[in-house]
Design a protein around this ligand. Structure first.
Ligand code: COA
Length: 374
């Protein structure tokens, strides 16, 4: 049976970052301006006054201290409050493809391969810049990759769903080397005027190289022991933006064309779903939670991750058992668990096991059990 190895990972981090202090200052200035502008209506009771945000709340509720972003000036300008990313001409690379190429170069270097060695490109992310041509096909073109590519979107679980797709391709023989890349410009779908969620997301891109053991040569790779995916419909995390909408996001009443969620319900419903997924997945592979050295969890919320790890382990996880990148990166959708894996895998010894796990809108969740190769 063909074994599938993760032989390289890559990370592209944008240059700009926004601290909670900077984000809250912009939000609270917007709130003050709104309340001043609507003072008479607020007084008359026809408009509800907006409440300010707070740095303390954000850190306590989410564990997030800062986030990297593709455009800072637009986000922290109280009159704009969204990233300003000028549209590019058809002759220029798209932003998602450009980020993908940067993350991929690091992953290829780690895997010790050239782009011409890759057979398939999967761009797996939450928000695609355009419907077609696929960003994956553009990445192929920019890197000189033959074979084929396609885009896929399973929201925050896109990376693990992409990994299982590549794993299945390699095992079935339709490809020997697959690139799975996750360019996430989450700030593009975030409503920076929404107090409940304005702090949640950041931007980043991750890349993973999967190879058949018949061709892999990199040392210190991770063998994929098994993968498992689940989905269950829920409206609790939703974004209605799409090609049938003609309404600009800033139009009154169009808030659902950006990210919206019922945060509390998500917390309550997703934690048990993910813990059960990991437990069953381990069990079906005759493994116990104690066999895991580490869990690289989706980075959505510190409290959620601590609780999932606690349910799986039956005790509080240590920082090295369940590393977080949330403080620095915030929620970067599908890229989160891969950032954690990328940054916290080198200390593994041969034979040690871990699980990469994502969860998010859909609901969707994915579990990838990996073992460090010799
Ligand atoms: N600043 C200050 N206070 C705020 C605030 C802000 N930005 N946003 C909300 N609050 C207040 C609320 O008004 C509320 O006040 P009240 O108790 O007086 O009514 C209080 O803080 C609690 O609000 P709530 O929305 O219930 O917060 P929470 O503790 O559930 O945390 C999330 C909110 C979103 C961080 C949390 O629910 C969560 O992480 N859920 C998981 C969802 C997730 O991560 N989704 C991403 C996709 S996977």
């Amino acid at each position: 049976m063909t074994k599938v190895l993760i032989t390289g990972t890559g990370l592209f981090t944008p240059e700009d970052s926004v601290s909670n202090e900077e984000l809250v200052l912009a939000f609270n200035t917007y709130v003050e301006n709104f309340n001043t502008e609507h003072a008479a209506e607020i007084e008359a009771g026809s408009v509800e006054a907006l409440a300010p945000s707070s740095v303390e709340f954000i850190e306590k509720a989410s564990g997030i201290k800062s986030r990297f972003v593709m455009n800072k000036s637009g986000i922290i300008d109280p009159d704009i409050m969204c990233p300003r990313l000028p549209e590019r001409s058809n002759e220029e690379p798209s932003i998602l493809a450009e980020m993908s190429v940067k993350a991929t170069r690091e992953a290829m270097q780690q895997a010790g391969i050239e782009s011409t060695d890759i057979d398939a490109v999967l761009v797996a992310c939450s928000n695609l810049q355009r419907p077609y041509p696929a960003i994956a096909v553009e990445v192929q073109e920019l890197l000189g990759i033959e074979g084929f590519g396609f885009d896929m979107n399973v929201a925050c679980s896109s990376a693990t769903f992409g990994i299982q797709t590549g794993y299945d391709m390699i095992r079935s023989g339709s490809a020997r080397r697959v690139l799975v890349v996750n360019p996430e410009i989450c700030t593009g779908h975030l409503n920076f005027r929404d107090r409940d969620s304005h702090f949640i997301f950041g931007d980043v891109c991750t890349a993973v190289i999967l190879e058949s053991d018949a061709v892999a040569s990199a040392e210190g790779s991770f063998e994929i022991v098994d993968t498992r995916l689940i989905t269950k419909f829920s409206n609790n995390i939703r974004n209605n933006f799409g090609f049938l909408n003609r309404t600009a996001p800033e139009t009154v009443g169009a808030k659902d064309k950006l990210f919206v969620q019922e945060g509390r319900k998500v917390f309550r419903e997703v934690v048990p779903m993910v813990a059960e997924l990991i437990e069953k997945h381990l069990n079906d592979n005759s493994l116990a939670a104690d066999d895991l050295r580490r869990m690289w969890l989706h980075q959505a919320n510190r409290g959620m991750n601590d609780l999932i790890a606690k349910k799986v382990l039956g005790r509080d996880p240590s920082e090295t058992e369940q590393p977080t990148v949330l403080d620095e990166y915030a929620n970067t959708s599908s890229a989160g668990s891969i950032i954690a894996f990328h940054k916290h895998k080198e200390d593994f010894d041969a034979g040690e096991l871990g699980v990469i796990c994502s969860f998010g809108a859909g609901y969707s969740a994915g579990s990838v059990i990996v073992r460090r190769s010799a």
